[in-house]
Design a protein around this ligand. Structure first.
Ligand code: F0G
Length: 746
């Protein structure tokens, strides 16, 4: 039984050896050959021949013109043999091969064909693999390739830098993807003449001296260590080889001069790519100079060829299988190993499940598997710090800057403003600035920072989650989105939905939404449904409507919103120079932000971006304190209440993300506190007075800090970050009230 009608496989170019890593190192590069396969009626057994169209994405090239377009085609051979080995008939197919990896240049073009054929066959048979599972395909893939280039094949399958060797115990190939610094780029000089890799082998000696063997072992070890810790200079010292390059230079006399030119122009190292003739130079900031030097030297030496700068590919071959349509829609069920998971039942769901509740009722989370482990923490930090200098919206966004850790879906188009990039104000008593230090004096702290999330495009922290939520809604092909809200979520969703061209429906508790927020939702064109009741009722109503009408729910029940909000943790840590404050304090209502901040911090710790966790404190309004009450019972009990507080944003009695937030407080050794409306308004008056300003719910966090310092729980010398979640203009009515409370008039 064949499942999808169309399969597209895109396979990266690969560079083997990297100098001394003869036959055991492969590096995947962002230069691709793509195979599009369409299943036709009938099978090969019935006499149907394959239709194979070959296009060049490389330009004119005799080696591409010479590729066979019939059953001898290597891609087709791998495809059909794989199906037969699975005991399946070979269907009639039309293949469109767009060749971006030219044959015979030492860039793994055979590996692209074999890996492409194998993955396409398995997709046609209904199998799509995660990166970890792909290791098990190595033996079959190597068997299908005439040159048996396991190094190219492993890198094409897994992406990044791969170490591959045979496991002597069972004779199987074994591969491990290892670290590459994020800023490393490959500069390739690809001569026009091809080199026969099998012939190239005959140039090599049958044995090596002990001195040469020790030299190469030491250099491979040094190379891997240097790459793992991001010591780029070490790479240069490590890339010298004695096993193959000196022998292959016999038929490529200009090689030493070209390698020298690349190194002199700032490449950390340069070597023959695979068995050549392509030259691989590894560079970072000087990639353009290296490219120019290679071009000029090749010209001077009369070697025709082309220079390209290729980024490192970290994903390996990608597979899109669609049972219905040719190109646009992909099967979202198996994407990059990303799935939805229920922490309660430990079961997984595909990304196609959009109600975001497990059958047990628990909200689902996005399980990211090994995402983020492909590079080490030094490389990640370097990459994120570099993006701060970029002018591109996705790099400047305080959410998408961290896209590799949050949502590495290759085909997603971010709907971004760009959001995040909010200020971190130093307001402790140790601060010279007379104005701001008043907040430190109020709270009783020397080192206090305010992270002002009210500086997001729509004036609240919700934009971080919403940019991801709306981008996913588009990616899933949704046409309408909805949420229940105390105001900020609706303003944010309305704006991002308008940007994405989606219909937006918001459920608001009638008479309980601050003026600024309601005006935004109206202005941005959302359909408003006023619910006679509170937020919790609106939440239940919207969830039901979304289920009934197939509308996409964008409350923080939606795990992609939580994912986006995790960027608050990454951005804050980056602003802290990847150091860690002692406490992070934030207001809590529906508990989405507490959950997201904690999940982000835990992730940063797992990935080694930080070495210890700050403690998280959730502050609730005393009139909406379900979470606080539960905390008081050691989280053994949880009772929804009827909420009533002046801080309308957190006027919530039955928080949706209770269990996520509970896990976060426990994991960070955090705590939950409550503050009265009066304490909130006093804190707000001070924050407003110094010229920073915020809405009442935000002020709850500073009010909470003051209370906990007074109680001796936070020490006056502790380093504390208090998160302000919404802009002052959101709730203009609260401004005068706060000033009057501060003056003792109320
Ligand atoms: N601060 C502000 C300004 C908010 O708008 C919210 C929540 C919170 C704090 C609490 O964050 O719910 O993640 O614990 N506002 C939601 C809304 C409920 O609909 O705008 P939480």
């Amino acid at each position: 039984m064949f499942l999808p009608l169309h399969v597209t496989v895109r396979v990266p170019a690969t560079s083997a050896n990297l100098g001394p890593g003869f036959d055991c190192l492969g590096l995947a590069l962002k230069q691709y050959t793509t195979f599009e396969i369409e299943l036709l009626w009938g099978s090969v057994e019935q006499g149907h021949k394959p239709f194979i169209d070959i296009f060049s994405a490389w330009g004119d090239d005799p080696a591409i013109d010479a590729l066979p377009a019939d059953y001898r085609n290597l891609f087709y051979q791998a495809f059909s043999q794989r199906l037969m080995s699975r005991g399946m008939p070979v269907p009639a197919v039309r293949v469109r091969a767009t060749i971006g990896v030219p044959p015979g240049r030492g860039l793994g073009s055979s590996a692209t064909a074999v890996v492409g054929g194998l993955l396409a066959a398995d997709a046609v048979a209904g199998r799509v693999y995660s990166t970890e599972q792909r290791v098990d395909l190595l033996d079959a893939a190597v068997e299908l390739e005439h040159g048996k280039h396991a190094d190219n094949i492993a890198a094409a399958l897994l992406g990044g830098l791969v170490v591959v060797t045979r496991d002597e115990r069972n004779g199987a190939w074994y591969a491990i993807r290892t670290f590459v610094p994020a800023n490393l780029r490959a500069v390739l000089f690809v001569p026009n003449f091809p080199m026969d890799t099998i012939l190239g082998r005959t140039l090599l000696p049958t044995g090596y001296t002990k001195v040469d063997a020790v030299h190469n072992i030491g250099h491979v070890a040094l190379l891997l260590a240097a790459l793992a810790i991001g010591d780029l200079k070490g790479i240069g010292a490590a890339m010298d080889d004695r096993f193959h390059e000196p022998y292959r230079a016999h038929i490529f006399p200009q090689l030493p001069d070209l390698l020298c030119a690349a190194r002199a122009a700032g490449a950390y190292g340069a070597c023959l790519s695979g068995s050549g003739p392509t030259i691989l130079a590894l560079a970072a900031e000087h990639a353009e100079e290296v490219a120019m030097a290679l071009e000029e030297t090749a010209h001077a030496l009369n070697v025709d060829g082309r220079v390209i700068i290729a980024e490192i590919d970290h994903c390996g071959a990608s597979v899109e299988a669609d049972p219905y349509r040719a190109t646009s829609k992909v099967d979202k069920s198996q994407h990059g190993g990303i799935v939805l998971s229920c922490t309660n039942c430990e079961i997984h769901f595909t990304l196609g499940r959009t109600d975001y509740r497990c059958d047990c009722g628990q909200p689902l989370d996005v399980a990211l598997g090994n995402i983020g482990t492909e590079m080490n923490s030094i490389a990640w930090r370097q990459l994120f710090d570099e993006r701060l200098r970029s002018l591109k919206a996705v790099d400047r966004s305080g959410v998408w800057r961290f896209r590799d850790l949050l949502l590495p879906l290759p085909d997603i188009t971010p709907i971004t403003r760009p959001e995040g990039q909010t200020n971190l104000y130093l307001v402790g008593r140790s601060q010279d600035n007379g104005g701001y230090r008043r907040i430190g004096e109020f709270a009783g702290l020397d080192q206090l920072w305010l992270k002002h999330e009210g500086e997001n495009p729509t004036g609240s922290f919700k934009d971080r989650g919403m940019t991801v939520g709306v981008s996913i809604a588009k990616w899933l092909g949704m046409t309408a989105v909805a949420c229940a809200s105390t105001g900020n979520t609706s303003a944010s969703m309305a704006a991002y939905a308008a940007q994405a061209g989606l219909r937006a429906i918001v459920f608001l508790p009638e008479g309980k939404v601050a003026a600024g927020k309601l005006s935004q939702a109206i202005a941005y064109g959302a359909e408003i449904r006023q619910i006679p009741g509170d937020f919790d009722r609106a939440m239940a109503d919207v969830e039901r409507m979304c289920l009934d009408d197939g509308i996409y729910l964008l409350n923080s029940l939606n795990p992609f919103r939580i994912l986006g909000q995790q960027s608050l943790a990454f951005e804050l840590l980056q602003q802290f120079g990847w150091d860690v404050p002692d406490w992070i304090v934030l207001p809590a209502g529906n508990l989405g932000n507490t959950s997201a901040l904690g999940m982000g911090l835990l992730r940063a710790c797992q990935l080694g971006l930080i070495t210890r966790l700050p403690r998280i404190i959730s502050i609730q309004a005393a009139g909406a304190n379900t979470f606080y009450q539960s905390y008081q019972t050691g989280f053994t009990e949880f009772h929804p209440i009827k909420a009533k507080t002046i801080a309308t944003a957190i006027n919530i009695g039955n928080p949706v993300s209770y269990s996520r937030a509970k896990a976060v407080i426990q994991a960070t050794n955090g705590l939950v506190a409550q503050v009265t409306d009066e304490e909130i308004l006093r804190a707000k008056a001070i924050i407003d007075r110094v010229g920073i300003g915020c809405e009442p719910a935000s002020a709850a966090s500073v009010a909470g800090v003051r209370q906990l310092v007074t109680k001796g729980i936070i020490h006056p010398a502790d380093r504390v970050v208090s998160v302000l979640t919404g802009n002052l203009l959101k709730d203009p009515d609260a401004v005068l009230l706060a000033q009057r409370v501060a003056l003792g008039e109320v």
